[in-house]
Design a protein around this ligand. Structure first.
Ligand SMILES: NC(=O)c1ccc[n+]([C@@H]2O[C@H](COP(=O)([O-])OP(=O)(O)OC[C@H]3O[C@@H](n4cnc5c(N)ncnc54)[C@H](O)[C@@H]3O)[C@@H](O)[C@H]2O)c1
Length: 319
């Protein structure tokens, strides 16, 4: 199987790439990434692998997407501009990458006769839906431009699967964390920020009173389900959407406590205002993915956080 991973120099994409290169069923892993938020350091251990190719290119340019799709069997589309606050600050940039780039990739898949397309959606599509846990068949009203882009992805995926006989599998990721997630910059995610603060003996800032909850998901579970989506049998020419999470709920206050226990930090968190666009409570029902894709969320929050902290200790965290 020859696999194209867009966004493969990013956090999730590079973890998938590394794992697929160790899979006997893979004959090529090609990464398309413009390094906007990803880093070559994420792929330095695999860049010289004989089955690996890197293209420094942009999904907003259809000709670059087309070139990357030559001879490919399956696309694993991870490239996007993440972060709700980034999308509120610059909705146009988020739209151009997440929507225009997404349809470029679908279109390149169609033109190159690539019949399976796996992509990253997001739990943000649940928006203001109060019910818990979230099941795939019911969503609420979106709360941010980022969520709008991911919802749009799902709509295009649906129509492409119907009009062009493609098997398209979307994953609503719930707060993924693990090695290689960027702890730097204004849009860093909560777990890298908390670990960075803990390792530097500083107080993290918790937006709000810390009672908002998340279904934190180890990246190795995400790698597992992407691998299953690439290789497993599925009824063809359909669009599937699955939650990808642990099915466990943790408040931000509890998360900081766990990270304090792992790192030995004595610092207390500082509470700031709630963030616009944030979902308050996010917990997934993962039964659909278990049923159709043999998903087994075998990596759980606390042990995987310990592994993640060890990884952050090995990189130079800027103060
Ligand atoms: N990390 C999470 O918790 C989470 C949650 C829900 C959804 N997602 C989605 O998962 C996917 C991967 O997220 P991540 O956390 O690894 O983010 P990331 O920022 O680490 O990775 C995204 C990658 O896409 C690349 N990219 C951005 N714009 C591009 C463009 N125009 N052309 C080519 N490459 C481009 C970046 O350089 C980066 O390497 C994204 O689609 C994101 O929206 C992530």
């Amino acid at each position: 199987m020859k696999i194209l991973i867009t966004g493969g120099a990013g956090f999730i994409g590079s973890n998938i790439a590394e794992s697929l290169l160790n899979d006997k069923r893979t004959s090529l892993v090609r990464v398309l990434d413009n390094l906007e938020t990803g880093h070559l350091s994420n792929i330095e251990s695999i860049i010289n692998h004989p089955k690996f190719e890197f293209i420094n290119g942009d999904i907003r340019k259809i000709d670059e997407c087309n070139k990357a799709c030559i001879d490919i069997d399956v696309i694993c589309h991870q490239a996007a501009l993440g972060s709700v606050p980034r999308s509120i600050a610059n909705p146009l940039a988020t739209h151009q990458t997440n929507v225009n780039g997404f349809i470029n990739m679908l279109e390149s898949a169609r033109q190159n006769n690539i019949k399976r397309f796996v992509y990253a959606s997001s739990s943000s599509v649940y928006g203001d839906l109060q019910e818990s846990p979230k099941v795939e068949s019911r969503v609420g009203k979106v709360l941010s431009p980022y969520a709008s882009t991911k919802m749009t992805n799902e709509l295009y995926a649906e129509s492409y699967s119907k009009c062009y006989e493609m098997t398209i599998i979307g994953f609503r990721y719930f707060n993924v964390f693990g090695p290689k997630q960027d702890p730097e910059g204004p849009y860093a995610a909560v777990i890298p920020l908390f670990i960075k603060a803990a390792l530097q003996g500083k107080s993290p800032i918790i937006n709000g009173d810390g009672t908002i909850t998340r279904d934190f998901t180890p990246v190795d579970n995400v790698v597992q389900i992407n691998t299953n989506a690439i290789f497993n049998e599925l009824e063809p020419n359909k669009h599937y959407v699955f939650n990808v999470a642990c099915g466990q709920t943790t408040s931000l206050n509890k998360l900081w406590q766990i990270i304090k226990n792992i790192t030995g930090s004595k610092a207390d968190a500082i509470h700031g205002p709630n963030r616009k666009g944030d979902i308050l409570h996010s917990l997934a029902d993962v039964n659909l993915a278990k049923k159709h894709l043999d998903y087994k969320p075998e990596f759980l929050l606390e042990p995987f956080l310990s592994k993640t902290v060890e990884w952050y200790k090995t990189i130079c965290i800027k103060s």
